[in-house]
Design a protein around this ligand. Structure first.
Ligand SMILES: *Cc1c(COP(=O)(O)O)cnc(C)c1O
Length: 467
């Protein structure tokens, strides 16, 4: 007891710690240094009170602890993560990485002033939509376009602007919940739109919509079931038939495409998904889709369709609340411009490149990766190459498996959980999956210039002593 009182008396003052070269010279604001020093002293005090003896050089060990705490505090909270899961659109990992050109556009617009809402020809007030609407119309064949913060916002805005106080008719097979508690019925309620469900879970016919139409019907709504599939005995109504029905009754038709795609990916071995252009050609009045799903751009909600409907949407007060910011707009314009040339889109947009990566390419990359890793981890882990399918994720192409290969690691002195924890908390965080007690590194989603870092992080994580 007396010993611990003596030890407690020896605890250094915060001021004296801050003067130690290791802390004084460290980068980081003063307030964080004080906080780190206080925490380190508190930790040591706790240790003494528990009856543990402090380190021989108590002050040095407190300074070392404080420096570590400071480094952790000074690190930005939002930071780069290497995605080794093989899942292309991981909402938790920020969905789509952007093309180089899109990054440059953000940089240019962010570092200076811009013509965000200034018409440079007339010197008069312009509109932020003017930077993308021509492009979106050209790419989709639509009459008009608008863009907001994200697709959930686009759906809410379009529903509210077009059908507030009215009924919207939706198939029971399309009442989808998208991750993060975005449920179509709830969004409709928030927008003051009354949900009128028709049909059954697996089958809805045109007649179901027709029977439900009444004086209060304001909208026929179609929702792409992006994150699940009903297979087997199923039926849904093609867009063109809904448009014909809507015309007959003078009711607009809206479709939420979720992850809309601007061109058909089926020539690249992916399933046929409705493209935005097809929806526009079918005569749908309003289509909404995400900027950061298969499109491979920044988070945004894109809205295209008939001029009368888009005008209503643009002029609704909610449009102001959901407006897109200039950095997103810069990245979006550049991403969309890649789509003017299909090949350029496939070459420049990371998500499309990853989507298109062949099994041979992944086998080759995995093989090279394995060779470089293996010689450094002979004592700590076994390395194999396995066949592994990836999924697209982010609620896009739910039942599509992208065939590929991956590197499977069996750590010898750690559990797979311990290894993935270490990878996540490393200086450069790496997120990997565990499957069948092995840690899987799928290079499909690892950018080429990140591979060396993944190897370094693996080697050091496998070497650290177990704790
Ligand atoms: C993903 C998705 C949304 C929401 O889009 P965010 O860009 O995440 O806001 C809405 N509807 C469908 C069908 C979706 O798949």
């Amino acid at each position: 007891m007396n010993k611990s009182i003596d030890d407690l008396k020896k605890l250094p003052s915060i001021d004296s710690l801050l003067l130690k070269p290791q802390l004084a010279a460290a980068s980081g604001p003063h307030c964080l240094k004080v906080e780190a020093a206080q925490e380190a002293v508190d930790a040591c005090r706790k240790q003494i009170l528990q009856g543990d003896s402090p380190q021989d050089d108590m002050v040095a060990s407190i300074v070392a602890d404080a420096s570590q705490r400071l480094a952790a505090k000074a690190h930005p909270s939002l930071r780069e993560v290497i995605n080794a899961t093989g899942t292309l659109l991981h909402t938790n990992l920020g969905r789509a990485p952007l093309s180089e050109a899109a990054l440059q556009s953000i940089n240019t617009v962010a570092r200076s002033y811009s013509n965000l809402e200034l018409n440079l020809k007339t010197g008069k007030r312009g509109h932020r939509y003017s930077h993308i609407d021509t492009l979106l119309c050209r790419l989709t064949g639509a009459e008009a376009a608008a863009v907001v913060n994200n697709n959930a916002g686009a759906v809410l805005l379009a529903l509210t602007a077009l059908a507030q106080g009215d009924e919207a008719i939706v198939s029971r097979g399309e009442l989808v919940e998208i991750g993060g508690a975005f449920r179509i019925p709830d969004v409709m309620e928030a927008g003051g739109v009354l949900l009128r469900e028709v049909g059954t879970t697996n089958k809805t016919h045109l007649g179901d919509y027709e029977t439900a139409i009444n004086d209060n019907t304001g909208l026929l709504l179609k929702i792409h079931t992006s994150n699940y599939r009903i297979v087997g005995f199923t039926d849904s109504v093609p867009a063109a038939d809904m448009v014909a029905l809507g015309k007959q009754h003078k009711i607009p038709v809206m479709e939420d495409l979720g992850s809309g795609m601007l061109f058909d990916l089926s020539p690249y071995g992916l399933p046929k998904e409705p493209t935005v252009k097809e929806g526009v050609a079918a005569g749908i009045d309003v289509l909404t889709f995400s900027g950061d799903k298969l499109l491979g751009g920044p988070q945004a909600g894109l809205i295209v369709g008939k001029k009368w409907a888009i005008d209503k949407i643009r002029n609704h007060p909610l449009a102001r609340a959901l407006r897109i910011d200039k950095l997103t707009l810069a990245a979006l314009e550049t991403t969309l411009s890649h789509y003017l040339d299909e090949q350029q889109a496939l070459d420049e947009i990371p998500v499309l490149r990853m989507l298109n990566m062949s099994v041979e390419c992944l086998e080759q990359r995995s093989q090279t990766f394995k060779e470089q890793l293996q010689q450094q981890v002979t004592q700590t882990c076994t390395v194999e190459i396995i066949r592994e399918d990836s999924c697209v994720g982010g609620g896009a192409l739910p039942i599509t498996n992208l065939p590929g290969a991956a590197v499977a690691l069996t750590p010898l002195h750690l559990t797979p959980d311990q290894l993935t924890n270490r990878l996540r908390s490393a200086e450069q965080a790496v997120v990997a999956r565990i499957q069948d007690d092995r840690v899987i590194i799928n290079l499909r989603t690892v950018l080429a210039n990140q591979e060396a870092t993944v190897i370094e992080t693996l080697v050091s994580s496998l070497q650290q002593k177990s704790n």
